[in-house]
Design a protein around this ligand. Structure first.
Ligand SMILES: Nc1ncnc2c1ncn2[C@@H]1O[C@H](COP(=O)(O)OP(=O)(O)O)[C@@H](O)[C@H]1O
Ligand SMILES: [Mg+2]
Length: 239
């Protein structure tokens, strides 16, 4: 039985994680971070700092070379493949390179995670249209995503990750291809999702989206957290 995301545990608990890519590239070194339920955390740092690698370890795309990663109380190195699949369905991921389906339309891409969860066609239509409106891409609804600009594709990736209002959202550079106005709409969506209960980690080097935010910021520098290096960063639950 899969543990629930509502258990009173950190949703994400990274304990002394190190990732070495062959032959000897240390992408993340001895990093610890606990993210509590309902938090919105900015994972900041320059390009190459290890942000993407850290997120990939949380969503099981990469395994840590050392250390432990727990999601909703599950040690990812110990859980069965079938349980990883169940867990993954509860994580909305915005990949840095989007990973949307090029031949499918905007609508179809965003509907996929809801179809997987057997949501009703009416409900799916309503939710997709609402997301398109929020992200200002309603006019591209029935276009194949291969024909969109990078900024439009990025918004499709964000809408797909948000579709089910998953308990955990990992967004990798979600505003990387967007101008400041559209970045504002995206951040508004993340805030709505966070207010509705989603725990969110946003990896970004875009200072404009976190500079004035009241949410927690943790900065990676060359694979290490800046400040108290190696120190366990405890959750701060936002009121
Ligand atoms: N698949 C990979 N193989 C080898 N090196 C990688 C791989 N992915 C990332 N790296 C390296 O790991 C370091 C951290 O990269 P990354 O996690 O993508 O950082 P960020 O997302 O902060 O830009 C960089 O030096 C990068 O070149
Ligand atoms: Mg990255």
């Amino acid at each position: 039985m899969i543990k629930s995301f509502s258990d009173d545990l950190p949703i994400v608990d990274i304990v002394k994680a190190t990732k070495v890519y062959p032959p000897d590239i240390i992408a993340v070194q001895n990093v610890s971070l606990a993210v509590g339920k309902g938090e919105l955390v900015f994972l900041t740092g320059m390009s190459g700092a290890g942000k993407t690698t850290l997120l990939k370890m949380v969503c099981c795309i990469e395994q840590p070379t050392k250390g432990v990663i727990e999601v909703a109380g599950h040690d990812l190195s110990r859980i069965r493949q079938t349980e990883i699949q169940k867990l993954r369905r509860q994580i909305g991921v915005v990949y840095q390179d989007f990973k949307i389906l090029p031949k499918q339309t905007v609508y179809e891409n965003i509907a996929i995670p809801m179809e997987v969860m057997y949501r009703s066609p009416k409900e799916i239509r309503k939710r997709v249209d609402q997301l398109l409106e929020t992200l200002r891409i309603t006019h591209k609804r029935n276009i194949q995503t291969a024909k969109l600009s990078r900024g439009e594709q990025q918004r499709v990736a964000i809408a797909r990750a948000a579709a089910n209002e998953p308990p955990l959202i990992l967004a990798d550079e979600p505003t990387g291809n967007l101008d400041s106005e559209v970045s504002g709409y995206v951040m508004e969506l993340f805030k709505q999702l966070n207010n509705a209960g989603s725990t969110i980690i946003i990896a970004t080097h875009d200072e404009s989206i976190y500079r004035k935010s009241r949410h927690r910021k943790v900065e990676l520098q060359h694979g290490l957290f800046s400040g108290h290096v190696g120190h366990r960063q405890l959750p701060l639950i936002n009121a």
